[in-house]
Design a protein around this ligand. Structure first.
Ligand code: CAA
Length: 248
C-alpha cells in the first residue's frame, strides 16, 4: 500500500507569495491545500496550477476569520486528504493609512485577517498535530512587524503579534514534535506592493541594500526548509528575508 502524501495547508495560497509556497511544497511531494478568498480567482488559479503540471494542489475556501468555518474547513481537508502536518499562515491584507485617518474598520479588518486568523488555523490543526506527534507551523509575518512602517499601524501590529504567537506556541509544542517558526519577508515583487504609490515604492526599492525587491520563490525556499523533517531543532525562530533592509 502506498502511503498518502503528507498534507500542507497554505492559507492565502493563491496570492503572490502563497503561490510560490504551494508550488515548492507540491514539488517536495506534499498534498497541498491552498486557502483562498475570491472563488473566481481561485478557480482560474487552480487551472493554471494544473496546466503547469501540479496535480497535487487543491483548494479550501474556509473563511479564516470565522472560527466555526475554519474548523469545518480543517475537517474537510482531514476527511479528503488526511490531517494537516504542515500549516503555512500566509493570508494577509493591507489597509494602509496613517493612524490619524484609520477607521476602526480598517484596524479590525487587518487584525482579523492577519492575526486572529492565525489563532483560528493553529487552534484547528493543533490537536491532530499533537496526536500524531509531528507538525510544522510557519507564520508568514513581515519586515514591517519587525520595524514598524509609516502608514501601517494595523499591519505592523498584526505582524508583530504573529511572532508573539509563534514563540508562545513553539514553547507549548516543542516537546511534542511540532515546530513553530516565523518568516518575515521584506518587500517582495507581488500585487501587494503594487498598491503602494509608485514614488514611494521606488524610494523603498532604493532603500533596500540589495537594490531590488525580493522574489516569491526566495520566500518559498525558506518555508520548505523550515517545513522539512530535518529542521526539527529550529523552533520559535524568526527568519528575516529582506535584502538587508532591516537587521534586527
Ligand atoms: N516617513 C515620514 N513621513 C512620511 C512617510 C515616511 N515613511 N511617508 C509619507 N510621509 C509623509 C508624506 O510626505 C506626507 O507629508 P505632508 O503631509 O507633509 O505632505 C504625509 O506623510 C502623508 O500623510 P497622510 O496623512 O497624507 O498619509 P496617508 O494617510 O494618505 O497615508 C500612505 C499615506 C498610504 C501611508 C503612504 O505613505 C504609503 O502608501 N506608504 C507606504 C506604506 C507601505 O510601505 N506599505 C507596505 C505595503 S506592502 C506590504 O505590506 C508587504 C510587506 O509585508 C512588506
Amino acid at each position: 500500500m502506498t502511503q498518502a502524501a503528507p498534507v500542507a495547508w497554505v492559507t492565502g495560497g493563491t496570492g503572490g507569495i502563497g503561490t510560490a509556497i504551494c508550488r515548492e511544497l507540491a514539488r517536495e511531494g506534499y498534498q497541498v491545500v491552498a486557502g483562498y478568498h475570491n472563488p473566481d480567482k481561485a478557480r482560474n488559479w487552480l487551472e493554471e496550477q494544473r496546466a503547469a503540471g501540479f496535480d497535487n494542489i487543491a483548494l479550501s475556501g474556509a473563511n479564516l476569520i470565522d472560527y466555526e468555518d475554519c474548523e469545518a474547513g480543517v475537517r474537510e481537508i482531514r476527511d479528503t486528504y488526511g490531517p494537516v502536518s504542515v500549516l503555512v499562515n500566509c493570508a494577509g491584507i493591507t489597509r494602509d493609512t496613517t493612524l490619524k485617518k484609520m477607521s476602526p474598520e480598517q484596524w479590525r479588518e487587518v487584525i482579523d485577517c492577519n492575526l486572529n486568523s492565525v489563532f483560528n488555523t493553529c487552534r484547528c490543526v493543533i490537536e491532530d498535530m499533537l496526536e500524531s506527534g509531528y507538525g510544522r507551523i510557519i507564520n508568514i509575518s513581515s519586515i514591517n512587524g519587525r520595524k514598524g512602517q509609516f502608514g501601517q499601524a494595523n499591519y505592523s501590529a498584526a505582524k508583530a503579534g504573529m511572532h508573539g504567537l509563534t514563540m508562545a506556541l513553539a514553547q507549548e509544542t516543542a516537546a511534542k514534535g511540532i515546530t513553530v517558526n516565523t518568516v518575515s519577508p521584506g518587500y517582495i515583487a507581488t500585487d501587494m506592493i503594487q498598491k503602494v504609490p509608485e514614488k514611494i515604492r521606488e524610494s523603498i526599492r532604493e532603500s533596500i541594500p540589495v537594490k531590488r525587491f525580493g522574489e516569491p520563490d526566495e520566500i518559498a525556499r525558506a518555508v520548505c526548509f523550515l517545513a522539512d523533517k530535518g529542521s526539527g531543532f529550529i523552533t520559535g525562530a524568526n527568519l528575516d528575508i529582506n535584502g538587508g533592509q532591516f537587521m534586527g
